[in-house]
Ligand binder design. Sequence first.
Ligand code: SF4
Length: 234
Amino acid sequence: MKKSELATEIYLRLKTVHPDAHCELHHTNPYELLLATILSAQCTDVRVNMVTPALFKKYPTPQKLAKAKLEDVEETIKSINFFRNKSKSLIGCAQKLVADHHGKVPQTVEELSDLPGVGRKTANVVLGNAFNINTGIVVDTHVKRTAHLLGLTKETDPAKVEIDLMKLYPNEQWTDLSHLLIFLGRRTCLARRPQCDLCNLKDICISKDKFLKARQKAKDGTKLKVVGKSSLRK
Ligand code: SF4
């Protein structure tokens, strides 16, 4: 199968298992998604979703957050890693939104990346999910790992993985593809124990044999240990 055909097949199959794949950071508008995405750096979506209801309630607009006291924001998000730096980023981001964008979230990578705490990845998340603008592919740890395991890229640097994926998929699929690979990585292709037996990509996945062999070896090892123990008892 040609790589472009493989890429299409992977997309279609994932779409059948996860037709509802979506951004798992809770939000109701672009401003909330921007804050949640800043908080999600090196942190799980589940943990972020635990603190954002209180954060959004306390600071429902960039104007409110721009005037917030640092220690108050820190107190609100203190269960998140790097909460001190992230609090500074949130306030700085809100101040810039107010000063340069009339309190609105901008809709270009350049303007978004200029906000404190926002890099290309965050910009892609916000543009793709809040505005339906596909400027790139979000490459998080799940996308990087699963794309590699499936043979869609040989790269390990997220920026290079993104370029490889962008060449393989049409622009309108970029945001969706990222959700699909994240769903795969969180639900089936788990980092420590990929569930290859249950995966609907197993017949086209170049890594499946490696994991199935490793599992078989582990099973054989356990059996040998049990046999060894029972013969010792005799
Ligand atoms: S077959 Fe296994 S390694 Fe390949 S994508 Fe599925 S779970 Fe991951």
